[in-house]
Structure formats: C-alpha cells, structure tokens
Design a protein around this ligand. Structure first.
Ligand code: FEO
Length: 163
C-alpha cells in the first residue's frame, strides 16, 4: 500500500478512537446530569467508534502493513448546556465524513481499488451517523429543550433506542 494511504489510515484510526473518547466524555456529562438514557446511548456510540478503529486496523493488518498508533487528544470536557454535546456530535461527524471522503479520493487518485472498496463501507456509515446525530438534536429541540416531562421521556426513549 502507498505510504500516503497508510498515513491517512493511521490518522483515521486515531480519529475514530478520539471519537470514542469524545463520546465517552459526553456520556459522562449526561450521567452527571442524571440523564441515564443519553449516558447509555453515547456509551454505545463510543463502543461503535472503537469498532470503526478496529476495522481499519484489521484492514491494514490484512494488507500486510505494519502500522503505528498515534496519541489520542483529550476531549474538552466542558459543555454549556444539555444541547451543546448534541450539536458537537453533528459537527464532529461531519468532520469525520470529510476525512473518510479524503481517504476515498486519495485511494481513487492512486488507483488503489481495494482501499477504495474498503472505505466505501465508511462512506455509507457516515451518512447514517450524520442522520442519527441530526435526528437526536431535532427530537431534543422538539420535545426536550424545556426540561420536565419532555426531557424525561426523550431521555428514556433514547436510552432504549439501541441495544
Ligand atoms: Fe466512526 Fe461516528 O464515525
């Protein structure tokens, strides 16, 4: 595999693990607010990000590439209100989408058909990730932003929305 692609995938492993770190941070924020449904949802999201990283690592391994793991940044750990992490999730997923698209474009430029094909899975996955993040914010704005029972029900629903 070309070094340019190896570097990008090593960075992507790091970004996926950072995503997990970010979502664990958000999960802890919601747990500190006694919102157990949002805590549980973001904890599962974090686990999914680790799987995304593992899938890239396995691909490099299967392609006979020795790779290195890069240091993971610390998340900010500061949120002004209950809505802020939901907004941050959307922005972060858009950023991840741009990184995935870049890997795809570089694979195409180089003519690495196998990597292009492999990354296609992430291209589709990011459509889903962005849509889900936007749905959660929309529902929060519609039903939960004023607190009280709306927030209680929203939190309960989101907690049971994924296994
Ligand atoms: Fe692995 Fe949420 O992107």
């Amino acid at each position: 595999m070309e070094q340019e692609l190896i570097d990008l995938i090593e960075t992507q492993i790091n970004k996926e693990l950072y995503s997990a770190y970010l979502y664990f941070d958000i999960a802890e924020f919601y747990r500190s607010k006694s919102l157990d449904g949002l805590h549980s949802w973001f904890e599962k999201q974090a686990q999914e990000e680790i799987e995304h990283a593992e899938k890239f690592a396995e691909y490099l391994h299967d392609s006979d590439v020795q790779f290195k793991l890069l240091p993971i940044d610390a998340p900010s750990n500061k949120f002004d209100d209950l809505r802020a992490p939901l907004m941050l999730q959307i922005e972060h997923e858009k950023y991840v989408t741009s990184l995935i698209h870049n890997i795809y474009k570089v694979a195409e430029k180089i003519g690495d058909i196998a990597t292009k094909n492999f990354v296609s899975w992430y291209v589709s996955e990011q459509i889903e990730e962005e849509k889900t993040a936007k749905d959660i914010l929309d529902k929060y704005d519609l039903f939960a932003k004023d607190g009280g029972l709306g927030l209680y029900q929203f939190d309960k629903d989101i907690g049971s929305s994924r296994k």
